[in-house]
Design a protein around this ligand. Structure first.
Ligand SMILES: [Zn+2]
Length: 339
């Protein structure tokens, strides 16, 4: 009986063939750590891995056998999933409790004596108490159990956790794989090129653009380009007005949510400034959709001015990381900007 795999994934060939060989040979490690930037598809690959282990057909996952159907309906009792991303109501204590419950479920012998698999998503977001509880389990793993940890960054994970795991590093997709994947969506050519240029090999990031047909992206670009094109006073008014709207639209938003939204705008701002700089150096804009506006605005900016603005953005990013409130961060940016 020959086993084959059907994982509709573009790129990550080395990691995928390693995982598929592991499944073929049946020599799973007790713990894996999938790591690499956000949006590369680590979780999706982990799910295909899990589903393929349970699938009873020769072409894995077949999506038709009882095991596949159970998995797709969330009824696979031998599979456990935990996301460490915080929701609005989570506190440090509820997280520790969630993790403890999850780990004690994992340590129970499986319902039918079969193999047990677990995924912990965003394991790098767990607090130290939860990580210690996790460490105890991976130090003495329950029998016939494999746990897959997924992290965007491993810098904050204790070395004791990392050293117990089989490591799998994920890289951004190359342009060829990314283009081939984008071809599967019917996008207008200019949209496709813009998404390809601005998602930097991260399908997850590309999907954010695709999901709303670039509507928010276009709106945000127009807003930021207007600011870059206005005189300083109008730009300040625009920004203050915008921050007012941001707070009004998210009256309950916590500081970290406002910080998240702020980071999103800083990213976009940086991209636009970089394109303006690129234009000055006679290079084509990555943001193909707005290349004409970018060319026009670049006449207004000297290279020094652009570089200063890019430096300001980096300074603001550091402030956000150091928990300066978004309101203050914006005020600082307004004072710093050279428009
Ligand atoms: Zn199946």
């Amino acid at each position: 009986m020959s086993v084959n795999f059907s994982w509709p994934i573009f790129g990550h060939n080395k990691q995928i063939s390693f995982l598929q060989n592991t499944l073929k040979q049946g020599n799973l490690a007790n713990a894996y750590l999938f790591y690499g930037a956000k949006g590369l598809g680590k979780k999706m690959i982990a799910k295909y891995f899990v589903q393929s282990l349970f699938c009873t057909d020769d072409l894995k996952p077949c999506q038709n056998c009882l095991a596949c159907l159970k998995m797709n309906k969330g009824l696979q009792q031998n599979f456990l999933y935990l996301s460490a991303l915080k929701t609005k109501d989570d506190t440090e204590d509820t997280q520790v409790e969630q993790v403890r419950n999850f780990l004690s479920n994992l340590s129970l012998t499986s319902f039918d004596g079969g193999y047990k698999l677990a995924i912990i998503y965003a394991v790098d977001k767990l607090n130290i108490f939860s990580l210690n509880a996790l460490l105890k389990v991976i130090e003495e793993p329950p029998k016939n159990t494999t746990i897959i940890l997924i992290a965007d960054q491993i810098n904050n994970l204790p070395a004791t956790v990392i050293s117990r795991c089989q490591l799998l590093k994920f890289q951004p997709l190359n342009k060829k794989d990314m283009s081939a994947w984008l071809e599967t969506f019917s996008l207008a050519e200019v949209d496709q090129q813009t998404i390809l240029n601005l998602s930097f090999g991260k399908p997850g990031l590309a999907l954010e653009y695709i999901e709303d047909n670039l509507v928010n992206f276009k709106k945000d670009c127009q807003f930021l380009l207007k600011i870059l094109n206005d005189n300083t006073f109008v730009a300040w008014q625009d920004l203050e007005h915008w921050f007012g709207i941001l707070k009004k639209e998210n009256p309950q938003a916590k500081v970290y949510e406002l910080a998240h939204i702020t980071t999103h705008y800083l990213d976009l701002w940086q991209l636009l400034l970089r394109d303006i700089l690129w234009h000055k150096l006679n290079r084509p804009a990555l943001n193909v959709l707005f290349s004409e506006n970018i060319a026009k605005i670049s006449q207004k900016y000297s290279v020094t001015k652009i570089l200063n603005n890019l430096l300001s953005i980096n300074k603001i990013r550091r402030q956000l990381k150091n928990n300066v409130t978004p309101q203050l961060v914006w005020e600082n940016l307004l004072l710093d900007l050279k428009i």
